[in-house]
Design a protein around this ligand. Structure first.
Ligand code: IDP
Ligand code: MG
Length: 139
């Protein structure tokens, strides 16, 4: 994966609040193409693997409980400068600090239930995409 793809997850709070439609519209209006997408429940083991980098953090157990509390929508998105542009589109981790008009500012309630994930590097975009999708599932 070069500089053109990123991985995202619409998180359980946003799915349960029926923000899926507005969030996908927001993403498409910003010029991202959907390359793969699925609705799924993460098992505890999958969640621990996905967030392994955070396993020493004090919020790890809460994060695992939250991310497995309902369905998520996993997707691979394509655009020039995808990783960086998508992080700008979603805004800061804490929605209270996120810029006006960002997805987290618009649709997230708190730092733990913050509506959406975006990969933080090209390397992690590839790892996270391969974690959720087989090659046949990617357009
Ligand atoms: P990011 O999602 O903006 O990249 P990270 O620091 O990678 O933020 O954290 C991963 C996820 O862990 C966040 O999106 C959020 O759901 C949760 N998280 C991060 N920091 C906190 C915290 O201080 N309290 C509770 N949950 C947190
Ligand atoms: Mg992160």
């Amino acid at each position: 994966m070069k500089n053109t793809r990123t991985f995202t997850m619409i998180k359980p709070d946003a799915v349960l609040n029926n923000y899926t439609g507005p969030i996908i519209e927001h993403i498409e209006k910003a010029g991202f193409k959907i390359i793969a997408m699925k609705l799924k429940n993460l098992s505890i083991e999958q969640a621990k693997q996905f967030y392994k980098i955070h396993e020493e953090k004090p919020f790890f157990n809460d994060l695992i409980q939250y991310i497995t509390s309902g369905p998520i929508i996993a997707a691979i998105l394509e655009k020039d400068n995808a990783v960086e542009d998508f992080r700008t589109l979603i805004g800061s981790t804490n929605p209270a600090e996120a810029d006006e008009g960002t997805i987290r500012r618009l649709y997230a309630k708190s730092i733990d239930a913050n509506a959406i994930h975006g990969s933080d590097s090209n390397e992690n975009a590839e790892i996270e995409s391969n974690f959720h999708f087989s090659q046949e599932e990617i357009i």
